[in-house]
Ligand binder design. Structure first.
Ligand code: 3PG
Ligand code: MG
Length: 394
């Protein structure tokens, strides 16, 4: 049983809070396309402000790889957060340094300061001690609500809380809620348990996949991940996105498990993502011709997967079934959102894109738990220790 320190355990209060959020939200230009991850932090932020705390908020956005890149600025998040909080959100153009320190020190009770992207510094992903020491100067206590990033041993998640006395660190209401729900589901899994998995890659998901094949009764694979499994089985995949380095792992996972790891039987393919002039369905046995690429699961796969989902009692979904940002290639993902919502199973949907799809489908309120973590919920469910959770354990 995992138990973490919560806001109620936090001493001293009121105090200036360093609040780690996961505001890695999908953007549409300079607009927040889905604000779930921001909305989910509001209860903690309100609680802290009501308690008279000034709050310094830090997050990452995207993968800018240690360089300052305006494409990954948190400015759009600042605007959305101010709108949702109904108050001003102050801004520091760098997460460390004099400007951040001065603005943090000047914050009054209940005021909020958002820092620019932590990942503009390579030291964040490097879990660097000195960088964590710089962040440490900005708060008197530390609160982590970044469940979605808690599987990362990064400076703001791992090194930083270790620089505070332990009773000065806690998980926020969101982190506690995520852990409570996911833990409840995984201690008594109701079978059949179907895991619906998509997204671009297998790399980085190998360990959870290996754990999931032991926990789940059926794995339903779509998206880029399916391409890699199909390629590992020797299917021709044309110009489809295939994770070439994971072919051996995919083959190993499949060996002897073809009955439980379901792969698409047909695919929607196209000649171009941006200017598709040729869109059609192919059976996987025929393969994807050269010059064409798989961009969605096909209609036969949709009904096969939907029927598996319909008979499941527990469903975990992470990752889209295709290039669902483009309407023509969103059918599989939207059909899965509907199938998961209509099922009477305990359903957990995690990951920015799957959550966006469920919300866009209009069925979000029918999901038992919408998780703000994709990789994090996948790892948690498969029994992995998450660095950001471990450091806050009682
Ligand atoms: C996510 O969206 O998966 C989390 O914010 C973590 O981001 P990352 O996968 O780039 O580490
Ligand atoms: Mg991720």
């Amino acid at each position: 049983m995992i138990k973490i320190r919560t806001l109620a355990d936090l001493r001293p209060l009121p105090a200036r809070v360093f609040y780690r959020a996961d505001y890695n939200v999908p953007l549409d230009g300079d607009r927040v396309a889905d604000a779930t991850r921001i909305e989910e932090t509001l209860p903690t932020l309100r609680r802290l402000r009501d308690a008279g705390c000034p709050v310094v908020i830090a997050s990452h956005l995207g993968r800018p790889k240690g360089t300052r890149n305006p494409k990954y600025s948190l400015e759009p998040v600042r605007a959305k957060l101010a709108e949702l909080l109904g108050s001003d959100v102050q801004w520091a153009s760098d997460c460390i340094g004099d400007e951040a320190a001065a603005k943090a020190a000047a914050l009054q009770a209940g005021e909020v300061l958002l820092l620019e992207n932590l990942r503009f510094h390579a030291e964040e992903e490097g879990n660097d001690q000195a960088f964590a020491g710089e962040l440490r100067k900005l708060g008197e206590v530390y609160v982590n609500d970044a469940f979605g990033a808690s599987h990362r041993a990064h400076a703001s998640i791992d090194a930083l809380p270790r620089l505070f006395p332990s009773d000065h660190t806690a998980g926020g209401l969101l982190l506690a809620k995520e852990i409570d729900f996911l833990q409840k589901v995984t201690t008594h899994i109701e079978h059949p348990f179907a895991a619906l998995l998509g997204g671009a890659k297998i790399a980085g998901k190998i360990e959870p996949l290996e754990a999931l094949v032991k926990l789940a009764d059926t794995l339903l694979i779509g998206g880029g991940m399916a391409n890699t499994f199909l390629a590992a089985k020797g299917m021709r995949m044309g110009n489809s996105l295939v994770d070439g380095e994971s072919l051996d792992v995919a083959a190993r996972l499949l060996a002897g498990r073809e009955a439980m790891i379901l792969l698409p039987s047909d695919l929607t393919i196209t000649n171009s993502l941006d200017e598709p002039t040729d869109i059609k369905t192919v059976g996987v046995a025929d393969g994807v011709p050269h010059g064409m690429m798989a961009v969605d699961i096909g209609p036969r796969t949709i009904s096969q997967y939907a029927s598996q989902i319909g008979s499941a009692r527990t469903i975990f979904w992470n990752g889209p079934m295709g290039v669902f940002e483009k309407e023509q290639f969103a059918k599989g993902t939207m059909a899965m959102a509907k199938a998961v919502a209509e099922s009477r199973a305990i359903s957990i949907v995690g990951g920015g894109e799957s959550v966006e799809a469920v919300k866009a489908s209009g069925f979000a309120e029918k999901i038992s738990h919408i998780s703000t973590g994709g990789g994090a919920s996948l790892e948690f469910i498969s029994g992995a220790a998450l660095p950001g959770v471990e450091v806050l354990r009682v």
